[in-house]
Design a protein around this ligand. Structure first.
Ligand code: NAP
Length: 284
């Protein structure tokens, strides 16, 4: 317990690698002697970017922290992060604010996928309603490099509108949830890779590859060649500087339809660094 008797409780809105990494880093923090976070840390700082900081730079008198990761429940057998987990929607921003109050959450981290637009706006609204500090942990987007043949689309519908002009054998890596957007493309063959099987409506000419990433460059090269892929569709999910599928497409001279990211709520502190979030929790 901290000096004011309130145990800090971090709620991570997850479903991403970054969220799992953060939960792991905080679990390690919580077990270090004399470490943890203060319930008040993170409040009262000006909004804007969270500074990137050197790992382990200083500690404060801390209480052990409680970390809960929230998952939407889209995947049947999710990879669970360290710490506590809860699964399922909250019932909008008001439901999230109620959960925050009921569970004495002191800090909120939006570590959802860059395309989980609704949840990010709910997080911003719930943080404002409940007065808990919020930071968004968001991976940087991708940028084309020489040799790339990228075609940008503003949405999955936009991608569906151009994909048939670019090729006839499509590797669709945008996830199984938006597959209905491509369902009318009867003359185009699709390869879809997902953790769980997709549900109808789906494109009529479809092969599904059930697999969970990460995927290596050799795997991606082999996949593109084996299925004679002539166009790749991806969201600008980002992460590391590039992704093996993008490198493999560049090497093979295959065009890529890149779906641009949706908007994010204004005025939310944002970083791409797990360590910066940990520092923010420790030191405010
Ligand atoms: P979304 O459209 O932004 O959210 C739809 C609803 O799902 C939200 O309003 C919320 O329901 C619930 N929800 C979303 N994330 C949640 C979380 N972490 N914990 C509890 N409830 C959550 O989100 P989505 O695009 O369907 O993504 C769902 C999850 O999959 C997210 O956690 C995201 O990080 C992960 N994910 C998404 C993508 C993608 O491309 N969209 C890719 C990889 C992983 P209530 O309003 O009822 O609270």
């Amino acid at each position: 317990m901290s000096a004011d008797g309130v145990r800090a409780h971090v709620l991570i809105l997850g479903g991403t690698t970054e969220a799992r990494r953060l939960a792991g880093a905080l679990a390690a923090t919580g077990t270090e002697a004399g470490s943890g976070i203060r319930a008040g840390a993170g409040r009262g700082t000006a909004s804007g970017a969270v500074p990137d900081v050197a790992p382990g730079s200083g500690t404060a008198p801390h209480a052990p922290l409680r970390v809960t990761t929230s998952l939407a429940g889209r995947v049947s057998a999710p990879v669970l992060p360290p710490g506590e987990t809860r699964i399922g929607g909250f019932g909008g921003a008001a439901g999230l604010a109620a959960w925050i109050a009921a569970h004495r959450v002191t800090h909120l981290v939006d570590a959802t996928h860059p395309f989980a637009e609704r949840m990010s706006f709910n997080a911003a609204e719930a943080a404002a309603l409940s007065g808990v500090p919020l930071v968004a942990l968001r991976r940087p987007g991708w940028s084309p490099v020489p040799g790339d043949d990228w075609h940008f689309a503003d949405s999955l519908s936009g991608a569906a509108a151009v994909v048939a002009d670019l090729g006839s054998r499509v590797f669709l890596t945008t996830g199984r949830m938006g597959l209905h957007t491509f369902a009318h493309l009867a003359d185009t063959w699709f390869l879809v890779r997902s953790v769980d099987p997709p549900q109808a409506p789906v494109p009529p000419r479809l092969e599904v590859l059930l697999a969970r990433g990460p995927f290596g460059l050799d795997d991606e090269r082999e996949l593109l060649a084996r299925h004679r892929i002539d166009v790749l569709v991806t969201k600008d999910s980002g992460g590391s500087a590039t992704a093996p599928k993008l490198t493999a497409a560049r090497e093979a001279g295959i065009p890529v339809v890149v779906v641009r990211r949706p908007p994010v709520p204004q005025g939310v502190r944002e970083t791409s660094s797990v360590e910066a979030v940990r520092h923010w929790l420790l030191h405010g």
